[in-house]
Design a protein around this ligand. Structure first.
Ligand code: HEC
Ligand code: HEC
Length: 262
């Protein structure tokens, strides 16, 4: 009797985890469809962004090692989609779960608000670049395999929530590319997975290196020392000092975080 109960329980667990996997993307898509129709409130977006600044920096520039991606300037629809995916468990990001939850961030309106705030932030002029080994090969790979979806200049596509990837940190791009091709980023685009299945080694480095050098239009770029005037009271640790080239710094400094001045 006892044995039967345990095996029944196991079956139920296996079965229910299968169901929840499909449910996660549905829950996320439902929230996306709702949030995308709402009129954003930038003032509330700015308030909500305060918690994001802890890791992404008050400029939203992340860091050059790509531990934290640049989110400044991202298309609002993409940010909404990623936040909805992360909190529904459709994109694994344990670090961000507590910050993106319904309880701390708020419902679909808050997603629309914070995404609109992030979209209007100017982008870093100093994103992390690749080693520059073979940019001609990177350019060819990009135009043969990526341009149809991500655009000639990596500008993405708001309607299809295809990410803007221009000016993104090289290391972050490499990490996402590997997660996507290894099938570990659950929300990956199936057509993209198919398109990149034969990429390996040098090809990945070359195409990501080229992508990291796609420049956002001049009017979307900040001055090198720009600091977000909405957050005048943050003390910048070395990881987010806007004028600091992180590539020149030691690993111990990578962990430093924003501290708030009281
Ligand atoms: C504790 C640190 C932390 C906090 C706080 C945080 N993030 Fe993140 N975020 C990350 C990390 C790390 C990644 C990259 C994860 C990966 O490599 O897949 C990320 C990724 C993202 C992405 C995906 C970027 C892309 O290009 O796909 C978005 C969007 C994002 N964060 C938005 C936010 C917003 C909005 C907030 C505030 C509500 C926030 N984050 C708070 C650490 C954080
Ligand atoms: C069929 C369309 C398509 C093609 C082709 C494609 N992508 Fe994507 N890509 C997407 C979509 C859609 C996403 C976002 C999926 C999601 O998370 O919702 C994405 C996500 C990404 C990301 C993660 C971005 C982030 O901010 O986290 C990177 C990096 C990327 N693509 C690079 C590339 C490169 C480089 C190529 C060419 C070698 C390529 N993609 C080809 C559609 C495509």
């Amino acid at each position: 009797m006892r044995k039967i109960r345990i095996s029944t329980l196991l079956c139920m667990l296996v079965f229910s985890s299968g169901i929840s996997y499909a449910a996660e993307s549905e829950i996320a898509m439902e929230e996306y469809d709702h949030a995308i129709t709402l009129t954003p409130d930038l003032a509330n977006g700015r308030r909500a962004f305060e918690s994001c600044a802890v890791c992404h920096g008050p400029e939203g520039w992340g860091n050059e090692q790509g531990t934290y991606p640049q989110i400044a300037g991202q298309l609002a629809s993409v940010t909404i989609k990623q936040l909805a995916d992360i909190r529904a468990g459709n994109r694994s990001n344990p670090m961000m779960v507590p910050f993106s939850s319904m309880q701390t961030l708020g419902g679909p309106q808050a997603l629309a608000d914070v995404a609109a705030y992030i979209a209007q932030l100017p982008m870093t002029p100093h994103n992390g670049l690749g080693p520059g080994m073979d940019l001609a090969s990177g350019e060819k790979l990009y135009s043969d395999n990526c341009v149809d979806c991500h655009g000639a200049n990596g500008e993405g596509d708001a309607k299809k929530h295809i990410p803007l990837i221009q000016g993104q940190h090289f290391e972050y791009l490499m990490r996402q590319f590997r997660l996507i091709s290894d099938g570990k980023r659950r929300n990956a685009d199936e057509e993209m997975v198919e398109q990149i299945k034969n990429f390996w080694g040098r090809d990945i480095i070359d195409v990501m290196d080229y992508t990291s050098r796609l420049r956002p239009p001049q009017e979307r770029l900040a001055e090198p020392d720009w600091q977000n005037p909405d957050f005048p009271n943050y003390v910048r640790g070395p990881a987010h000092r806007s004028s600091t080239r992180m590539n020149d710094r030691g690993t111990s400094e990578r962990k430093s975080r924003w501290r708030r001045r009281d």
